[in-house]
Design a protein around this ligand. Structure first.
Ligand SMILES: *Cc1c(COP(=O)(O)O)cnc(C)c1O
Length: 364
């Protein structure tokens, strides 16, 4: 089960595992990037070298998701969490209202942040079912005149996911932090997409925002500069110093995804990898119970519980000893969470599935 460089299988929810090929390239280029005589960490963000990095990074991202020129792509800081505030501050007008779909902890946080800014309507909230499901899309009727509707495509903590690009009659804003680039999307269904980099794209520090021109036109003029999508767009993400190194690594990850066969291939792999773990849950005779209902089981974060706390702790302890790291579930759900983003190798899922079977046989 030994991996290159004695690495472990890192099931962490984020920051999380990156492709070894990318890390090797970062290592090889660390001291002198492309003949510049410097590390990317030392390059001026105004230099032509960094200009070429951010331009290529944006171009590769656009081509992976099929994002046309009528959308802007920004690389910002502050994580997805800042977007939770920046979005209502930019898009929720005085006296207006926005709709929120609350499918788990991140949807809740987004709604809480928006409530501090203005009025929102919660269209649907999965709390009564302990966030074990996504709603039927038909159940989501937006409020006429809503400034936008916000939803979370994949709830990283609960492990419930939407597999379709929801269609709404008001502008759609989606937090795709934990499943961006894991499947093809129909970009025309969205007006704003945001994602912190540290799950499916690269190291923490960069946040990608995709915003349509028509939504940008609704943003206030002369807003607080760092919260101003117009200013960031006009300056092509270089209004202030961007997270240069994180952007560079995201760019290498995008090229890696291209080499793997693009997001359609990522989707196939995510389905196959998650299936190994869901099969291990379903064939355990009830020893493991999946948190999510079957129709919306996340292909990125597989969450399940064991019969009791003692067995859960033993499971975590034994898994770590086998080089299966980061499996302890989030405190709000308990149990186990296996985060298996794009860069997570299938062999790691096979190893976990084997261990799950053996552990259940010994303790069931
Ligand atoms: C991790 C995560 C966030 C928070 O991201 P930060 O970059 O830490 O602010 C928000 N939404 C989702 C769905 C996440 O998975």
């Amino acid at each position: 089960m030994s991996q290159p460089y004695n690495r472990v299988y890192n099931f962490s929810a984020g920051p999380c595992t990156l492709p070894v090929e990318v890390l090797e390239q970062v290592r090889d280029e660390l001291l002198n990037w492309n003949g510049s005589g410097m590390s990317v960490m030392e390059l001026s963000h105004r230099s032509k070298h960094f200009g070429s990095i951010i331009e290529e990074t944006e171009a590769d991202f656009r081509s992976l998701l099929g994002i046309p020129e009528s959308y802007h792509v920004l690389f910002l800081q502050g994580g997805a969490s800042l977007q939770n505030t920046m979005i209502p501050m930019s898009l929720l007008p005085e006296g207006g209202s926005a709709d929120y779909v609350v499918t788990g902890s991140w949807g809740q946080k987004s709604a809480e942040a928006a409530r501090r800014v203005g009025q929102i309507q919660v269209l649907w909230d999965g709390k009564a079912h302990n966030y074990d499901r996504t709603p039927e899309p038909a159940a989501l009727q937006t409020t006429p005149g809503a400034a936008y509707v916000h939803y979370t495509s994949n709830e990283t903590i609960q492990g419930v996911q939407f597999f379709e690009d929801l269609a709404f009659s008001v502008p759609a804003v989606c937090d795709m932090s934990s499943d961006i680039l894991s499947r093809p999307i129909d970009i025309s269904r969205y007006n704003l997409i945001y994602a912190g980099a540290q799950k499916n794209m690269g190291p923490a520090g960069a946040t990608v925002v995709v915003i349509s021109q028509d939504l940008l036109d609704r943003c206030p003029k002369d807003h607080h500069p760092m919260l101003d999508y117009r200013l960031h767009t006009a300056n092509a993400s270089l209004y202030n110093t961007p997270p240069c190194f994180a952007i560079y690594v995201c760019g290498l990850v995008y090229k890696w995804v291209v080499r793997q066969g693009g997001v359609a291939r990522m989707q196939e792999q995510a389905q196959a990898k998650s299936q190994l773990l869901y099969d291990a849950i379903d064939s355990s005779g009830g020893f493991y119970s999946g948190h999510s209902q079957k129709h919306c089981r996340s292909v990125m974060n597989v969450t399940f519980t064991l019969p009791n706390e003692e067995l859960t702790n033993a499971f975590v302890k034994e898994s770590v000893a086998l080089g299966l790291d980061g499996l302890k579930g989030h405190r709000s759900v308990g149990g186990i969470r296996a985060s298996i983003y794009n860069a997570f190798p299938k062999e790691g899922c096979e190893a976990l599935a084997d261990f799950m079977g053996a552990f259940a046989r010994r303790n069931g």
